[in-house]
Ligand binder design. Structure first.
Ligand code: ADP
Length: 176
């Protein structure tokens, strides 16, 4: 059960709540854009849970286990980041894990419309707040799907994904 945060992270009894936030997504695979948002969130909050969506209908390049493993490796330097997986409603995952807010990266205006709709629905359903972080301009054009597409046609995606992801991408695409 989420404790009601009243003021400056204090609960009704006045003791401090853990400010635990979630960064949800597909992360197929994790990019430097994701990592930028995760690391900045880790600097602001007590605990950051990166929640990998188990999406049964969407075709993905990496399995959920592989995505979780790669995320674990590239975030291992942050002591307050944990990788989890979830399916169903994000608000249910938040309630089950005592999460007070969702952190989303905003790349461009094109992200905004969908994200605002989701944020408002999540607030209406469960009073879960969504906080938007503007993308690092270095990565504003970057998405997992674009990385996969470029890598699939032999383009160079180094500098856009962590090195371990780069080699996993090369391996996986060579198998196709
Ligand atoms: P995608 O497949 O588009 O890369 P995900 O579903 O894995 O996206 O993204 C999870 C979250 O990460 C979303 O909030 C998304 O806006 C954010 N995100 C993805 N790429 C970037 C980026 N380059 N800069 C900032 N935020 C990003």
């Amino acid at each position: 059960m989420i404790r009601q945060v009243l003021d400056h992270g204090k609960d009704q009894e006045g003791s401090r709540c853990v400010q635990r936030v979630v960064c949800p997504g597909s992360f197929d695979p994790v990019t430097n854009g994701h990592l930028d948002i995760i690391s900045r969130a880790a600097g602001l909050y007590d605990e950051v849970i990166v929640a990998v969506l188990i999406n049964v209908t969407k075709h993905s390049l990496f399995t959920v286990d592989e995505r979780v493993e790669m995320l674990g490796q590239v975030t291992s330097r942050y002591g307050n980041v944990r990788i989890e997986r979830f399916h169903g409603l994000l608000v249910d995952f938040c309630a089950a894990n005592g999460i007070t807010a969702v952190i989303k990266g905003l790349r461009a205006v094109s992200d905004f419309e969908y994200e605002m709709q989701m944020a408002q629905m999540n607030y209406r359903m469960a009073k879960v707040e969504t906080l938007f972080m503007t993308t690092n301009p270095l990565y504003s054009f970057l998405s997992s799907s674009l990385v996969k597409e470029i890598a699939r046609y032999g383009g160079d995606v180094s500098g856009l994904v962590p090195d371990i992801v780069l080699s996993r991408l090369r391996e996986r695409l060579a198998e196709e």
